[in-house]
Ligand binder design. Structure first.
Ligand SMILES: [Zn+2]
Length: 265
């Protein structure tokens, strides 16, 4: 784990990259921010989490770090110990954690539940959706630390690297670390409803677009050519053929659209 800081004092804000070693976009964003060394209005902690996995170019060494929280100092896995260190390091910081995905090119945010701060910050980020995980937060960073996760784009793409930097700048501006104004926008919200299991097979297909409504009776995925059909309408989220080992992704329902307008009345 590498920890750096911009500004002096005890940070209440943190940016985390490299929770997954095969998602370098956030790491590039943090490095670029450190190179730029901007003047800050309040201190911010910058953390590169799983350096060992990043060095090896793998998602994780022993287990998925974003399923390993709260972890333990004496855990038997690298990520179990790292989770405990990371939770300790981030403490009470509002944390911005960057990921990338195989499922969707447009950036979106993921929170456990939309609290007051996330409700204020998220409409100021260049994102196309907000996902609430609810009970599917098991073992993620935000089960331990107040966290807004962002999916910056497709894993390994240049666009994800650029998005990660723009998202970080927007986040840091929204929380008053960087000076300036953000652009507010309306953002649709989704809530995870269920996992979509994936049975063991050699080939997988996904026939639907994330965040686009799937009607009852529509085939949405297949394992070795065997189609899975929607029994009721849903919105697919984090859905991809090969992104996860045991699940295609999640079904979600659409909630209200979070308004970017600041008018109180
Ligand atoms: Zn990730």
């Amino acid at each position: 784990m590498r920890v750096a800081q911009l500004g002096s004092g005890t940070p209440e804000i943190a940016v985390v990259a490299g929770i997954h070693g095969d998602e370098p976009c956030g790491v590039r964003a943090v490095e670029r921010l450190l190179e730029t060394d901007p003047a800050v209005k309040r201190p911010v902690k910058l953390v590169i989490a799983n350096e060992l996995a990043l060095e090896r170019g793998v998602r994780y060494v022993d287990e998925d770090l974003n399923r390993a929280f709260p972890g333990h100092a004496e855990a038997t896995t690298h990520e179990g110990r790292l989770a405990a260190m990371l939770a300790d390091e981030l403490g009470h910081c509002l944390t911005f954690s960057m990921h990338s995905t195989q499922s969707h090119a447009e950036p979106f945010a993921i929170v456990e539940a939309l609290g007051e701060r996330a409700r204020d910050v998220c409409p100021q980020l260049p994102i196309s959706a907000i996902v609430e995980t609810g009970p599917y937060a098991d073992g993620r960073l935000f089960s331990e630390v107040d966290t807004i996760e962002v999916e910056c784009g497709l894993q390994g793409s240049d666009a994800a690297i650029e998005n990660a930097y723009q998202l970080t700048r927007a986040f840091l501006t929204a929380v008053d670390v960087l000076p300036g104004d953000t652009v507010r926008r309306d953002v649709p919200m989704f809530e995870l409803v269920d996992r979509i299991d994936k049975s063991a097979a050699d080939t997988y297909e996904v026939f639907v677009e994330n965040f686009q409504r799937v009607e009852a009776g529509s085939p949405f995925a297949a394992a070795d050519g065997e189609k899975q059909v929607a029994s009721e309408p849903f919105y697919p989220v984090l859905m991809s053929p090969y992104g996860y080992r045991n699940v295609f992704g999640y079904t979600a329902r659409k909630l209200e659209t979070l308004s970017g307008s600041t008018a109180a009345d």
